[in-house]
Design a protein around this ligand. Sequence first.
Ligand SMILES: Cc1cc2nc3c(=O)[nH]c(=O)nc-3n(C[C@H](O)[C@H](O)[C@H](O)COP(=O)(O)O)c2cc1C
Length: 344
Amino acid sequence: MQLHENLWERSDAEFPSGGTLEEQLRFLIGYATLAPSGHNTQPWLFGTGPDWVDVIADRTRALPIVDPHDRELTISCGAAIGLFEIAARRFSLQTDVALSPDGAFHDHLAQITVSEGQPPSDAEIALFEAILTRRTDRSAYYMEALPDDLDPACRDISEVDGINVRFVESGPIMEAIADLVSKGDQIQFDDPSFRRELAAWVHSFRLGSRDGMSGAGFGVPDILAPAARFVIRTFDLGNNVAAVDKNKILAGSPALVLLTSTADHVDDWLNSGRALARLLLLLTSRGYTASFLNQPIEVDELRPALQDAARATGLPQILLRVGRSERSPAPSARRALSDVIATD
Ligand SMILES: Cc1cc2nc3c(=O)[nH]c(=O)nc-3n(C[C@H](O)[C@H](O)[C@H](O)COP(=O)(O)O)c2cc1C
């Protein structure tokens, strides 16, 4: 069967059920690459064997200013692992994930061994189907109460070793967190290196780029993406960006969700990413969307303040705003599979 080159348009009917397990694993990697990643850098590479997939960090795609320790890079790879696990279940495959399997080679983040398993449950199929419709949606959301069962469902689904999820809806805790996001935004945009790094990853899809963010992600028509980059590079947006963001948080976000871990090592970051993938897919399957407010986690001195403000026991890894929006944004670009899967 002819495979869709645009991975967002793949149908499960294209799964090579008559092929070898390794061919099937290569197909499933297509779903893994639909994971969210910082600035859409897609910092991952994959290798395959007869019954396993290796996940390797591609540190040439690191963001040394906003993410100097590759923490978010590793979370992004964890999200790709999470999507792979969910996609494998759709096709009745069982996964066994070994994190940091090779002490001498730190870029080798995980080895996923795959075997025959039980048919998927309805809940597993719903998560899988959400892979193709999940988007990072930076628009204002409807201000409405979230259903009571959403918070416990998100906590259940995100249960991965040591990861905790905390919902915050309105009130002084939300305001304190919004303040920290605003402060973080200001500190980051005051830094010319931060602006330069961000600008380098904002480009137009019309230029054929298969990574980075289109201007549309910032509310700029895609054709004007180079202008968005110019503005980011040329003007000090510090106060403006902070003001816009704070306003958006309080006026366009019915809930914030903080994901924390018990420790702050590579495996905790990978598990944060796996939990993030599950959480985002559950939200999508329930008609909700999310975007990221990681500024107070990325700015070192604000991270303990965020932990305090959210009354969280664990270490903050990801901060999201969650709600329903009017319409879903266009899918973001992805690199070709041939660029991310190693061949012998
Ligand atoms: C670890 C991580 C950090 C991110 N940080 C931000 C952020 O600070 N601001 C933002 O707008 N998006 C952030 N994103 C979202 C990415 O920009 C987004 O995933 C990427 O552009 C691809 O788009 P998609 O999620 O719609 O597929 C982050 C994503 C990940 C996984």
